[in-house]
Design a binder for this molecule. Sequence first.
Ligand code: ADP
Ligand code: ZN
Ligand code: ZN
Length: 743
Amino acid sequence: MAAYANVIVDISLEKLDKTFQYKIPKEWQETLHVGMQVKIPFGNRTITGYVLELTDEPEFDVTKIKPILGAAEGSVAIESQLIELAGWMRRNYGSTMNQALKTVLPIKQQTKQVQRRTVHLMAERGEAMKQLALFEAKHNAARARLLRELLAQESIDYSVVTQKLHIAASVVKGLCDMGLIRVEATTEYRNPVSHLARKDYAITLNAAQQSVVDAVMKDRANGCYQTYLLKGVTGSGKTEVYMELIAEVIEEGRQAIVLIPEIALTYQTVMRFVNRFGERVSILNSRLSAGERYDQYLRAKNGDIDIMIGPRSALFTPFAKLGLIIIDEEHENSYKSETAPRYHARETAIHRAKLCGASVVLGSATPSVESYYCAKAGQYRLLELNRRVEERPLPECEIVDLREELKNGNRSILSERLQELMEDRLQKGQQIMLFLNRRGVAGFVSCRACGYVIKCPHCDVSLSQHNNGKMVCHYCGYEEAVPKACPSCGSKYIGGFKAGTQKIEQVVRERFPGVRTLRMDFDTTRTKDSYENILQAFGNREADVLIGTQMIVKGHDFANVTLVGILAADMSLHVSDYHAAERTFQLLTQAAGRAGRGDCPGQVVIQTYDPEHFAIRTASAQDYELFYEQEINYREMMHYPPVWNMLVILLASPDEQAVAVAAQMIYDNMEQMIGRTFEIQLIGPADASISKINDIYRKVIYLKTDNYDKLIALKDATEQFALTQAVCKNVNIQFDFNPMSGF
Ligand code: ADP
Ligand code: ZN
Ligand code: ZN
């Protein structure tokens, strides 16, 4: 129970850290909480503010601190809920309150809203006609023209008046001053989907889909708002289920948020929602300007829309009566924030839903191990769609052992089997997708004589070779030319060890003369619309083969694709991260799921050097259960999440010495706090797996324990400890709970 409350009175971005301190009266000690709207004395007025923090530390002379007067009456503002959520995020993920607030509150824009102005007739008709006759007599042509038009139609757009009727602004003003007309301005919020043409919506759910919808709606009817994991194979009709649920929730007078990974937020996906819900839908994506984004928050707050679709940040849409949150492709990495607070959208959504009585639906063909674990433990309710719609079969998968290919003298990137199937599809006029799994592995440049690998001088990562003869760092953008000789031994056998998408495109074109290819990777998607353009071109059958990195595996629906080739399936297994097997399984299953979504069945070829690996075997059998069983055993044995919880402390500084000393001190302090207990594992301090980025040195300390709250306590203690250590001043310390990627 705290003695003081820090209260904010203005939630515009630049004032977020301006708080005022008040005493908490005895009778409020139990009920006051972060986010609550309260009445406070301010100068000689009484105003309302939001409680941001509860503390025992007075900020100034205690005799001068005034008490809170009471709770603000009336409806609870949506801001209260979001501030409370920010407080929860701060506690659970580690950040300052300011960072957390900036994450949840829409950023107020200085840019002007778009105004729509209309001109109306003010005077009575009789009076207006008299004036019109007068203007005509005096040859005031412009004045007469405007009055005549306004007598014919009640109001006219201001732009029509000035541009079509050619009437000067001074003339309009003159008539206003005479009290004959008036100009009305209304704020118009930009609508990012208004230009899209709608098609009719006509799909009836099948029995399996309907039973999922019924399960959720029945719970809601009973006042039960919980979290569901919808595990549905690729093409089983999950999106249709989401839309039906949304329609029912809107019927209840409530709103819905749909989270989709940014990369899958394509024209195709958005159109499905617009076709069904029209103007009541809006989107947030990184292509909107800051002003447009802010408009969407206001439209949500004003009740102009019911559905917001967007990536992670759309979770904070200020809907007053939020009833449903959907997280599609819930296993995606992008739901975890990479900056403080490093929140996970899944857990945060569940917490927001708790604050407002909403249901949460997590959907995936390949649920994260974390979510499936929760579903098995009964924390989430599991709902399944085990068949594709209209009884379309799942694609048939086969594994090709690349070591055997080499033995048989095939040195091509394309196995014999894949070439054979490609030939067949090209003849039939069907389309092919080639997926190059190169997550975490770049086309590095190395010396074949001594093995030297060329690295970025600013980051501890290898440079990637590009076609223009340059090597590029994908972390900081650094570029240099490929050297003629090895900097280490002088050998001239240095070059790109490369099976990049460009190389594959070249091989495909040589092998199948006349074939039309499209490529989607880091290089071809740098400009704003290029990603969407490539997808559309492929959808319009302007190419036979689409070659790409993991970008091509995300929820696109191409009915004419009947063959998917997965090249180097095992590459993602060699990443130093305990998620490596899970990622590999997900990537392969999702990529395979691109095949056979139309009327013709699909086929998948998985090429690998490691055909016995369980992630590859289970993915080719499309057996999620078997994969999960093996994976959860491994996590249990290694005490990894979700069985235990993990906290990574990441220390970074341009001062190599300082970061090493600080890491050791924090480690020692941690060891002392923990004492001799087997329930907490402490590992480190060690170099981060990328030990330098942009000349910033990075160290890590890992903590593992079964209890999340213990980790929060240790985080708080470490924060306090670091404040007292001079050496930590020049070191940035960040916390990451249950990290999604390696450090
Ligand atoms: P998922 O999200 O599970 O991959 P989708 O919702 O995208 O599946 O459905 C796959 C395809 O099947 C889409 O083209 C969708 O329009 C269609 N579809 C889904 N449900 C039905 C249904 N009940 N009847 C007919 N077509 C359907
Ligand atoms: Zn060398
Ligand atoms: Zn670099």
